[in-house]
Design a protein. Structure first.
Length: 367
């Protein structure tokens, strides 16, 4: 399938009403990276008939550059660089810029001798990523051949090197007193952009309307991205209550301003169920008063802790549950209560096992 030229006149029919995922390449004749990526888009279109590929000239179709309205109707993916590695690098340099505010920052980019623009769009993208998170305003300095004064802390130096057949290298140096931190990315071929484009197209399938970027793709790939733990939890278990009791219980707890965290209910047996809930230390006394007023004597266990594993990619990645529970079993930790959603697994464990559980899961998922 050939790449379609998308204009204002065919945007609704070709993009918004498409029954296939749509990948749009927003390009400009003056954009060097755009020209590099163009043949890759052509190759992808020829190889994947189940995806609609289109190109939008942002100079000729300025109205389509404002795509947020369209994102209210369909899922749209927008990124300045399709490389998975570059987008990981963006996250790393942001973290380094926040953690090392007193360090001098210099960016060096290297490309082949046929590249006409300098600095590269990716170098500017990296600089922008750091500028967004820096507490002090940053000024870009392109080269230093005209500089006759001492370097200022507010500067981000950006330098371009051209030669040979180098596909692309980007290096960010953080210079401190007596130490240097360097973060680099090297592209061996343009295939990395094609791989990223395919990952983006796969990610969009089945998504709700919205504007997505490569960070969403990376989160989806990693599955588990965050881990939290809380020792200030208490487990209330109501044994053998009637099927209509939960509604009364939660209504009374809400009226007493008791926030219920985790909930677990057993299947009914002879019209009775067991109901378990967790509440914070601050709400224990209120909860006890509520149950006393209802004539219910719950089992109360204060020697517990809550461990929560979450990640936006969990809903589309298999094996998360087996990884979590297998890891805990190897560590000798056996959850007493489990609560799940599309992007979260909540566990209740013995309080004296919380640190062991957290440590094992952090190692498992590199958190």
């Amino acid at each position: 399938m050939s790449v379609l030229t998308i204009t204002k006149s065919n945007f609704n029919e070709t993009v918004l009403k498409s029954d296939k995922p749509v990948l749009l390449d927003f390009w400009a004749s003056w954009c060097g990276p755009c020209r590099m990526q163009s043949p890759i888009i052509d190759q992808l279109a020829a190889a994947h008939s189940n995806v609609v590929f289109g190109k939008v000239n942002v100079d000729e179709e300025a109205d389509l550059a404002a795509i947020r309205e369209a994102a209210k109707k369909i899922p749209i993916f927008k990124t300045a660089n399709m490389s998975l590695g570059i987008n990981v690098m963006l996250d790393l340099v942001r973290k380094a810029a926040v953690a090392l505010p007193e360090f001098d920052i210099e960016i060096i980019e290297k490309h082949h001798n046929a590249k006409v623009d300098a600095p590269s769009g990716t170098a500017l993208l990296i600089a922008d990523a750091m500028k967004e998170v820096c507490l002090t305003d940053k000024e870009y300095v392109f080269g230093r051949h005209t500089k006759t004064q001492r370097r200022r802390r507010e500067e981000i130096g950006i330098h371009a090197v051209r030669g040979g057949t180098v596909t692309g290298e980007h290096e960010v140096d953080f210079f401190g007193d007596d130490e240097v931190v360097t973060i680099t990315h090297s592209a061996a071929s343009r295939k990395i952009f094609a791989l990223g484009a395919l990952k983006a197209a796969e990610y969009l399938v089945g998504r709700k309307p919205g504007l997505y970027d490569m960070q969403d793709v990376l989160l989806a790939q990693s599955g588990v991205t965050n881990l939290m733990a809380d020792e200030k939890q208490n487990l209330f278990t109501l044994r053998g209550i009637a099927l209509d009791q939960p509604g009364k219980v939660f209504g009374a707890l809400a009226q007493a301003d008791v926030n219920v965290d985790m909930i677990s209910q057993t299947p009914p047996v002879a019209g009775k169920i067991d109901l378990s809930i967790t509440v914070s230390d601050e709400a224990v006394e209120k909860a006890e008063q509520v149950f006393a007023a209802l004539g219910i004597a719950p089992e109360i266990d204060s020697g517990i802790a809550k461990v929560v594993i979450e990640g936006s990619g969990m809903e589309r990645q298999t094996g998360i549950a087996s990884g979590v529970f297998g890891t805990l079993a190897e560590a000798g930790v056996y959850p007493r209560l489990i609560s799940t959603s599309e992007t979260k697994i909540g566990l209740i464990v013995a309080a004296d096992e919380m640190h062991k559980a957290v440590s094992a899961l952090r190692i498992k998922y590199a958190l």
